[in-house]
Design a protein around this ligand. Structure first.
Ligand code: NDP
Length: 292
């Protein structure tokens, strides 16, 4: 069984990015610059944004954090976005989700200049991705594709089951896995809360990509021998033995599934770090205009 180690692979890819920055950004050339907009005090969002900013520093990117209170209005957020859209020093930016309930995520999304949309959530980028033309791909699916690519996992003609159909993970990864690309060329089934015979569907899968947000949902009896498992889930569960009183687990029952499979991502340390690496890669592309 192969552990698809997102931490290890991220270190390699981030080193490649920082080498490019060092080579390209001679003394008088500014480095790539990512901005992050964080509205409210959601602890998970704060941690995600902190990690993204830290990753920027590690590869030599400049970064700006725009932090606003929960009470910020939709109009004010759009104003911030309009300013970032026009700022020539900013190559790309993200608006950390989820946003407070009184702010319409789609309106915010639509306000972002697609050329700076390094999260790849703007319909222009999403549509272009679906059509297979150059675009920023959403970071988590893009990170998964990098992982499959670098670990040389054969996806060609494989039966791939995606659990979850969110706009940020399930739907885009199902599109990318079905494209005429390598990795890709898979026969994709997209499953959700209305899917019947889920156990049977999963048990026939060569590749399972789990993005439901339900701790340990995928059990050993749902998994075929030698399947490849990509666990996107990040779930906090109580753990009284830990100093934090919680631990993170994925959507897959890792301990019981790992013996059966040919390759699996751990949680933490699998898809999570690859998501940030893909965001850095998108920011590099926005900066160097090498979007493919
Ligand atoms: P959403 O809550 O937006 O979507 C969950 C999906 O799972 C929905 O499509 C839902 O179906 C489906 N679902 C829920 N229950 C079941 C069920 N019993 N059987 C089958 N399908 C079900 O989640 P996200 O896509 O945003 O995130 C999924 C997980 O991935 C979360 O744990 C999140 O924290 C994690 N995540 C991790 C990232 C990373 O970098 N590693 C990045 C982003 C997310 P329906 O559409 O019918 O409601």
């Amino acid at each position: 069984m192969l552990i698809l180690d997102g931490n290890k692979l991220s270190t390699i890819i981030r080193k490649e990015i920082s080498d490019k920055v060092r080579t390209f950004c001679k003394t008088d050339i500014r480095p790539p610059h990512l901005a992050a907009v964080l509205i409210g005090e959601n602890p998970a969002s704060q941690a995600y944004v902190r990690n993204k900013i830290k990753a920027c520093e590690e590869v030599g990117f400049a970064s700006t954090l725009i932090k606003k209170p929960e009470s910020t209005t939709e109009e004010e957020v759009i104003k911030i976005i309009n300013k970032l859209n026009l700022d020539k020093e900013i190559d790309g930016f993200i608006v950390q989700l989820p946003l407070p309930r009184h702010i319409d995520e789609m309106k915010v999304n639509l306000a972002i200049n697609p050329e700076k949309d390094v999260d790849g959530f703007h319909p222009n980028n999403f549509g272009r991705m679906a059509l297979g033309i150059p675009a920023f791909h959403p970071a988590t699916p893009s990170g998964i594709m990098m992982l499959l690519d670098r670990y040389k996992i054969n996806t060609d003609g494989k039966n791939c089951v995606v659990l979850g159909r969110s706009n940020i993970v399930g739907t885009p990864i199902s599109i990318l896995m079905s494209k005429k690309t390598t990795p890709g060329n898979a026969t994709v089934t997209i499953a959700h809360s209305r899917t019947s015979n889920l156990k049977e569907i999963c048990a026939n899968a060569d590749i399972i990509i789990a993005a439901l947000g339900i701790p340990n949902f995928v059990k050993s009896d749902m998994v075929k021998n030698n399947a490849v498992i990509i666990d996107v889930g990040i779930n906090k569960i109580d753990d009284h033995d830990s100093s934090k009183k919680y631990r993170l687990v994925g959507d897959v029952d890792f301990e019981n599934v790992k013996h059966k499979v040919s390759a699996i991502t751990p949680v933490p340390g699998g898809v999570g770090p690859m998501t940030i690496t893909a965001l850095l890669d998108n920011t590099w592309k926005a900066y160097s205009k090498t979007i493919k």
